[in-house]
Design a protein around this ligand. Structure first.
Ligand code: ZN
Length: 192
C-alpha cells in the first residue's frame, strides 16, 4: 500500500468506531493548550493523556513560540477558553543540529533533502536552490532549557496574552518518555 492508501484505510477503521465523539463540544473540555515540537517521536495525546476534545495541541518545528504559535494560543484563550498553557520542547531535537546560517546555505544550494552526519546537515542534492530562506527566522535551538525559558517569557510578555494564564515549561525526554520541568521557565510563566 502507498502512504495515501494506508492513511485512508486507517481513517476508515477510525470512522467506523467514531461513536460518541460526534457529540464533542468545540472548546477543549479540559481547558488547556500544549505548544510542542512536530517531532514524530512525540505523541502529546499519549505523553499527556489526551483524548479527542480534551485540549489544544499546537505544533511546529521545535515547539517554538513563533508569531503563528502565539496566534493559535490567543485564539485558544480568547475564543475557546483555555486557562493553562504548556511549552514542551524535547531532547535530541532536530532544531539543535543547524543554525539559520546553515539552513540558508543548504537551501541556497538545493531544495532537495539534506543528509545528517556527525557534523550536522550537509548537502547531497542538486540545484537550483533559493535565497528566499534568508527571509525566514528558523528559530533553531542552541540550549533546550534556555529555548523553553525564552518561549515562555515571550508568550507571557505578549500584549495579547492576559496575565492570568499560567504557562508551564517542560522538556520531553525522547529516551524515557518523561516530562522534565524547566523550573526557571515555569517560574517565568507563573501568575503574579
Ligand atoms: Zn523537535
Amino acid at each position: 500500500m502507498t502512504v495515501l492508501e494506508e492513511v485512508l484505510s486507517a481513517n476508515g477503521a477510525y470512522a467506523d468506531t467514531f461513536g460518541a465523539k460526534s457529540e464533542l463540544a468545540l472548546p477543549p473540555a479540559r481547558g488547556f493548550a500544549i505548544l510542542t515540537c512536530m517531532d514524530a517521536r512525540l505523541d502529546p495525546a499519549k505523553y499527556a493523556g489526551l483524548s479527542e476534545g480534551d485540549a489544544h495541541v499546537i505544533r511546529n518545528a521545535g515547539g517554538r513560540a513563533s508569531d503563528d504559535a502565539i496566534r493559535s494560543l490567543v485564539i485558544s484563550y480568547k475564543l475557546l477558553g483555555t486557562k493553562e498553557w504548556f511549552v514542551i520542547h524535547h531532547t535530541n531535537c532536530g532544531m539543535e543540529f543547524f543554525t539559520d546560517e546553515v539552513i540558508r546555505g543548504l537551501l541556497a544550494n538545493s531544495l532537495e533533502t539534506a543528509a545528517l552526519g556527525e557534523d550536522g546537515f550537509y548537502e547531497v542534492g542538486s540545484g537550483p536552490g533559493s535565497a528566499e530562506a534568508k527571509n525566514i527566522a528558523w528559530l533553531t535551538i542552541a540550549d533546550q532549557a534556555l529555548s523553553v525559558l525564552e518561549d515562555v517569557e515571550r508568550i507571557k510578555a505578549h500584549p495579547l496574552v492576559p496575565a492570568g494564564i499560567p504557562v508551564y515549561g517542560f522538556i520531553y525526554d525522547v529516551a524515557t518518555g518523561r516530562l522534565v520541568e524547566v523550573p526557571a521557565a515555569t517560574a517565568a510563566g507563573a501568575v503574579r
